[in-house]
Design a protein around this ligand. Structure first.
Ligand SMILES: O=C(O)CCC(=O)C(=O)O
Length: 325
């Protein structure tokens, strides 16, 4: 029933998506789902009123079409300008608490990596690649969106992924508003509002959910609180820009090999203070315990995340099996 309603909703909203693609998605991901709003063009006052203030995500399909990047950025371009660089890679394997969340699993020559993801599916990703520090000239290829005044210009992060790879469900430590433009293949995004954080199996002193959750097909017996969560979803295609409001959880799936750039805006002093507190205090405390207790610390975090979310589920009268109660 829920899937039928979802199909009707997104078929009406996005007629250019093939119905079989939509059906496959609905069948594969039985979370409560709503489709993210889409606009072609939008002006600053309307954006601020309808999306920035209420912190509602939206996809803007034309925003990046005037950027030089729109026609210039492809695998060959990056091979040409930075193919010799050695890049850090992540393979999507679960952390066991003995290494940092952002510690790379491998490295490779950028050109070889780009050939790999152009050629075949791969779990290998590049995460938070500071493009400007490697290739200052690419700054000329995009423009900060006109909706916010203060962008973290020194840190326009790029992300690359092989077809079939995904990025664990998390939200960002530096609390930005994100304008995320995708290039080349298709990327499915699944966002969850911060209002659902108590149900998200969030690890204490971290910004991600328990990694065992399969977000395509959550096990509601093991993670019953997820029955209470509504997720927002869409598929991004070449040149489309997603606005992710501050604090929104995101789970990204590269349906094909491709890459994206995230431009980060800070819209209030409170946001800056939160970012500074997270980086300077919370992360430092977590690193201290991780170094000292390793796996044990990580296991405690997972146990605590499960207990908290399941407790909240019981309070909301969601069915919680005896085995996890
Ligand atoms: O799409 C990706 O690879 C990750 C994007 C992300 O986490 C971000 O923009 O904050």
């Amino acid at each position: 029933m829920q899937n039928i309603a979802f199909l009707a909703l997104i078929s009406a909203d996005k007629p250019d998506l093939g119905i079989s693609k939509i059906r496959a998605y609905a069948e594969n991901m039985p979370l409560n789902l709503v489709q993210i709003d889409r606009v072609a063009d939008i002006d600053r006052p309307t954006f601020r009123q309808q999306y920035l203030k209420p912190r509602t995500p939206v996809v803007m399909s034309n925003l990046a079409k005037t950027w030089p990047a729109y026609s210039k950025w492809n695998f060959d371009y990056f091979k040409h300008v930075a193919g010799d660089q050695i890049v850090p890679l992540y393979d999507g394997s679960k952390t066991d608490g003995t290494k940092k969340v952002n510690e790379p699993d491998a490295q490779m020559k950028f050109a070889d990596y780009l050939d790999l993801i152009a050629r075949e599916p791969s779990q290998l990703r590049i995460f938070l690649f500071n493009i400007v520090s490697h290739m200052p000239d690419v700054k000329k290829d995009y423009t900060n969106p006109p909706f916010c005044d203060w962008f973290v210009d020194q840190f326009p992060a790029m992300f690359f992924g092989g077809g079939g790879s995904s990025v664990f469900m998390h939200y960002d430590i530096d609390a930005p508003s994100i304008f995320h433009t995708h290039f080349v293949g298709r990327k499915r995004v699944t966002l969850v509002s911060p209002e659902f954080t108590p149900l998200m199996y969030k690890l204490p002193l971290s910004w991600h959910a328990i990694e065992d959750i399969n977000w395509r097909d959550p096990d509601f017996d093991q993670f019953p609180a997820l029955r209470g969560v509504t997720a927002h979803t869409t598929i991004l295609e070449h040149g489309e820009t997603l606005y992710m409001p501050k604090g929104w959880w995101h789970f990204m799936e590269y349906l094909d090999g491709g890459f994206s750039i995230s431009l980060r805006a800070l819209v209030s002093p409170a946001q800056v203070a939160e970012a500074a507190y997270n980086v300077a205090v919370v992360k430092t405390v977590d690193n201290f315990f991780r170094k000292r207790y390793g796996k044990q610390w990580f296991e405690w975090k997972e146990k605590s995340a499960a207990e908290k979310a399941n407790k909240r589920a019981r309070r909301l009268n969601l069915p919680v099996p005896e085995a996890v109660a």
